[in-house]
Design a protein around this ligand. Sequence first.
Ligand code: NAP
Length: 336
Amino acid sequence: MSKKGATKYSPTPVRYDAMTYNRCGRSGLKLPAISLGLWHNFGSVDSYPNARKMIRHAFDLGITHFDLANNYGPPPGSAEENFGKILHADLKSFRDELVISSKAGYLMWPGPYGEWGSRKYLVSSLDQSLRGMKLDYVDIFYSHRYDPDTPLEETMGALDSIVRSGKALYVGISNYSTEKTREAAAILKRLGTPCLIHQPKYNMFDRWIEGELLKALRDEGIGCIVFSPLAQGLLTDRYLKGIPKDSRAAKPHGFLKREQVTEEKIAKVMMLKEIATARRQTTAQLALAWVLRHKEVTSVVIGASSTTQIDDAVGTLTNLSLSREELQKIDSILAG
Ligand SMILES: NC(=O)c1ccc[n+]([C@@H]2O[C@H](COP(=O)([O-])OP(=O)(O)OC[C@H]3O[C@@H](n4cnc5c(N)ncnc54)[C@H](OP(=O)(O)O)[C@@H]3O)[C@@H](O)[C@H]2O)c1
């Protein structure tokens, strides 16, 4: 046992056996079908031993991709600091087996240079993230949101120079509309740094990408990693009997608010659970299989507060196919 009570970590040699890896758009990079995001449950308000346990567990299951951003915490920045600590304690010699992402776009520090999409903000924020995680480079760096007040050429130009400076290997965009995605992709192509990936929200309760965005990503050869595939926990059994004390909706800093756990949503989840049970899956697994049904979706980035939830997500991969009848039933539940 080390001083902190955690045993020395040796990843299991069979960690690549059960995971599926998908090529990200037309790039050479493969991502695990299930990735782990550190938006919640990895900040300094959370349990560090639990965070550490989840990272180790995820890696043992073949989850090679960890998704971060400058503002994850709370407080903002603390998830990257904790991840850096865990990485150096447990995964230092496995850096080349990992794909680590960060982002900048939302408010990080006061004044005119602490958010949005200027070169000034993106470059200094990535420098801070690298210091926080004690890394020389991230694998993917994202513009976290489109900035209507900064020319897109400047934001994309900053991403291009970040790659050329060696601080990121690939770049992506997140929360960009279809129109801005096509514009951004064209600028990046001209600059010689292709857009690797788009990170939009997508789940059974929010289907906006099904219209034009997926088609644009297919046309442009851009990969897609979708966030909040479980609608922050709503698309699981978590809230079927009320709001548990340890759940995201009960936490003051959680982004899922109590009022979002509505009777109408829970009634739908109950019906989805019946379909899942008939498939011998959990509700969460059905929700993840449904998101992964699009060939454009490279990976889903889940959140978790326990290793059991990570097991549940990875278990999805043994039963991904959905029949036309099941899809129709799901559509009618969601439309109802
Ligand atoms: N680009 C962006 O703007 C953006 C925005 C948001 C998120 N993200 C990324 O996406 C990641 C995932 O987002 P998310 O956390 O909202 O994803 P999510 O997978 O929709 O929700 C995760 C939450 O669902 C609950 N859960 C997970 N598995 C469960 C299971 N098997 N049974 C019951 N409950 C389960 C847990 O809630 P409890 O904590 O209550 O247990 C968990 O924290 C983030 O960490 C971040 O990396 C990106």
